[in-house]
Design a protein around this ligand. Structure first.
Ligand SMILES: Cc1cc2nc3c(=O)[nH]c(=O)nc-3n(C[C@H](O)[C@H](O)[C@H](O)COP(=O)(O)OP(=O)(O)OC[C@H]3O[C@@H](n4cnc5c(N)ncnc54)[C@H](O)[C@@H]3O)c2cc1C
Length: 461
C-alpha cells in the first residue's frame, strides 16, 4: 500500500487505490487480455498534478506507467504494484482556426480532437479509430487516412510540453530543445509525460469520399495485385489499407454478408469528394463485391468507421507488424495462404500502404524508424474467448516469423505485440535512429524512470 498523504495534500485530481469501489473499472485498458493491478492510479487534472505525481514517485522509488488513451495492446499504460500516472481526464483542446493550430492535452482522444477541429473544417492527421489516445499514437508516429497527403501525426507537431523524470516542465520544438523534439516524433513515451501537444491543422472535409469495398476472399490474388499496382501509382490524396477479414455477425452488415470471409479495400480520398469517387471506381469494379459500403460521408464519421469492432476491454487484442520489402508474387501468395489459415475469423490481417508525404520526410528528420518502406503488414489479432488466447498469439508469432523472409527488420512500434523482444525490437524498429535516441534518453532520463513503454535504454544501463 502506497502512503498517499503527501501527494494528496496538493493533488487536484483523484487518487484511486485497490480498496476504492471503482478500482476495477479504473484499471481497465482497451485490451481485455490485460489484467494488471497497480497500487495507485493518479488521475491528474492538470500539469501541476503530473509534476507532483512524477516527483512523488521518484522520491519514493515507485515504478511508474503513463496512461493517455489506454489503447496500447501491451497494456503499457498500466503496471503491477506501481503507480499509473493517468492523463485520461486531461482532454482539453483549444483550436486557433485562424492560425490552423490546436493545443491538445495529453489525455485527449482522436474523437475529441476531430470534434473540436471539424467545426472549423480542419483536422490533424490521426489514426483510424477515434477512441485511440492522441498521446501514445502521436509519440509512436501515427498512421491514419492522411499519411500520404500530410504525413504522420508526429510530422504535424509544432511543439510539445513535457514533464521530464526530474519533474521539470520543458517545451520541445524546432527552436527549443530540438533534440528532444526530434526524439518525441516517433520515440514513444521514453522521455517524459507530454501534458500538451500543438498540432498544425489542415483543411479537410466536412465530406470525404471513402472506399470500403469487400470482395470474396477466393479472388484475393486479383484484388491484392490490383490494389498494389493502384496504390503505387496513386496520388497523395489516397491513403489505404487492405484487410483480410470475416464480416462480423452484427447489424452493421446485411444478413447475406455476415460471416463471409472477405478481402476488403478501405481508403480515404483527402480532397474533392467527386474526384475521389472517380478515383475509386477502379478499386470498386475489380469484380462483383460481397458488399460495397463506399460513399461520401462526413470526415468525422469516417474517423469512427472501425470503432464498433474494437470495443473497450471486451475483446482481446494482439497487434504486431512488420515492414514488407515489396509485394512481389511470392509475398502476396504467402499473405493469402496465411490469411486462409487464421485460427479465428475475427483476426484481421492488414496491409498498410505507405508513401507520399510520410515517405518524403527524410528518415533522420524525426525518430520514426520506418519511412523507407512501401508496405507494412499488421497482424491484428482480435478474439473473444479467453480460451483462444494461446492459440491466437502463438499463431500470430509464427506467421510473423514466416513472413520475415519477405521483410526488412523494420516494424511500427505502435503495433509491436507485447514488446516481448525488448531491446532487440526497439533497435530494429528504429534502425539508424536508435543510437541517437539512446543518447537523448541518457540526457533526459538517465535512470530510465519511464521504462514501461517500447523502452529505449539510456547508455548508462
Ligand atoms: C483499436 C486500436 C486501433 C488503433 N489504430 C491505430 C491507427 O489507426 N494508427 C496508429 O498509428 N495506431 C493505432 N493503434 C495503435 C496506437 O497508436 C497505440 O496503441 C498507442 O500506444 C495508443 O496510444 P494511447 O495514448 O491510447 O495509449 P496508452 O495505452 O494510454 O499509452 C501507451 C503508451 O504511450 C505512452 N503515453 C501515453 N500517453 C502519454 C503521455 N501523455 N505522455 C507520454 N507518454 C504517453 C506511454 O509510454 C504508454 O505506455 C491502434 C490501437 C488500437 C487498440
Amino acid at each position: 500500500m502506497i502512503n498517499i498523504e503527501e501527494l494528496q495534500s496538493t493533488f487536484r485530481g483523484r487518487l484511486i487505490q485497490p480498496n476504492d469501489s471503482d478500482y476495477d473499472e479504473e484499471r481497465q485498458v482497451w485490451n481485455g487480455y490485460i489484467d494488471k493491478h497497480p497500487a495507485l492510479i493518479a488521475k491528474c487534472s492538470g500539469m501541476a498534478d503530473v509534476i507532483d505525481a512524477v516527483n512523488f514517485a521518484r522520491k519514493n522509488d515507485i515504478e511508474v506507467s503513463v496512461r493517455g488513451g489506454g489503447h496500447n495492446v501491451a497494456g503499457s499504460a498500466l503496471c503491477d504494484d506501481g503507480m499509473v500516472i493517468d492523463l485520461s481526464e486531461m482532454r482539453g483542446i483549444h483550436v486557433d482556426a485562424s492560425q490552423k493550430l490546436a493545443r491538445v492535452q495529453g489525455g485527449a482522444t482522436w474523437g475529441d480532437l476531430d470534434r473540436e477541429t471539424q467545426v472549423f473544417g480542419l483536422a490533424a492527421p490521426g489514426g483510424v479509430v477515434s477512441t485511440t489516445g492522441v498521446a501514445g499514437l502521436t509519440l509512436g508516429g501515427g498512421l491514419g487516412w492522411m499519411r500520404k497527403k500530410h504525413g504522420l501525426s508526429c510530422d504535424n507537431l509544432q511543439s510539445v510540453e513535457i514533464v521530464t523524470a526530474d519533474g521539470e516542465l520543458l517545451t520541445a520544438s524546432d527552436t527549443e530543445n530540438p533534440d528532444l523534439f526530434w526524439a518525441l516524433r516517433g520515440g514513444g513515451g521514453n522521455f517524459g509525460i507530454v501534458t500538451s501537444f500543438v498540432f498544425h491543422l489542415h483543411e479537410v472535409g466536412p465530406t470525404v469520399m471513402m472506399c470500403a469495398v469487400m470482395y470474396p476472399v477466393e479472388i484475393a490474388k486479383t484484388v491484392l495485385s490490383t490494389w498494389k499496382d493502384f496504390m503505387i501509382a496513386s496520388p497523395d490524396e489516397i491513403s489505404s489499407q487492405l484487410l483480410f477479414w470475416a464480416l462480423p455477425d452484427t447489424d452493421d452488415f446485411p444478413d447475406e454478408a455476415r460471416g463471409k470471409h472477405v478481402i476488403a479495400i478501405t481508403a480515404m480520398y483527402v480532397g474533392d469528394p467527386d474526384e475521389g469517387e472517380k478515383a475509386f471506381r477502379e478499386l470498386r469494379e475489380i469484380n462483383t463485391p460481397v458488399l460495397d459500403l463506399s460513399g461520401k460521408i462526413p470526415y468525422s464519421v469516417a474517423q469512427t468507421m472501425f470503432d464498433p469492432f474494437f470495443p473497450k476491454n471486451e475483446r482481446h487484442y494482439y497487434f504486431k507488424s512488420q515492414d514488407l520489402a515489396s509485394l512481389n508474387q511470392e509475398t502476396m501468395d504467402a499473405l493469402i495462404e496465411g490469411a486462409k489459415n487464421r485460427p479465428v475469423p475475427s483476426m484481421l490481417l492488414a496491409i498498410w500502404h505507405y508513401g507520399g508525404e510520410m515517405n518524403r520526410i527524410a528518415s533522420t528528420d524525426t525518430a520514426f524508424g520506418s519511412r523507407n518502406t512501401t508496405f507494412l503488414m499488421s497482424v491484428d489479432s482480435v478474439w473473444d474467448d479467453p480460451a483462444d488466447s494461446e492459440k491466437v498469439i502463438s499463431w500470430s508469432r509464427n506467421f510473423l516469423d514466416q513472413m520475415k523472409q519477405f521483410s526488412g527488420d523494420g516494424m511500427y512500434v505502435n503495433f509491436s505485440g507485447f514488446g516481448e523482444e525488448g531491446e532487440d525490437l526497439v533497435q530494429k524498429a528504429y534502425g539508424d535512429n536508435y543510437e541517437r535516441l539512446t543518447k537523448i534518453k541518457t540526457e533526459y532520463d538517465p535512470d530510465n524512470f519511464f521504462h514501461l513503454n517500447q523502452n529505449i535504454k539510456p547508455v548508462s544501463e
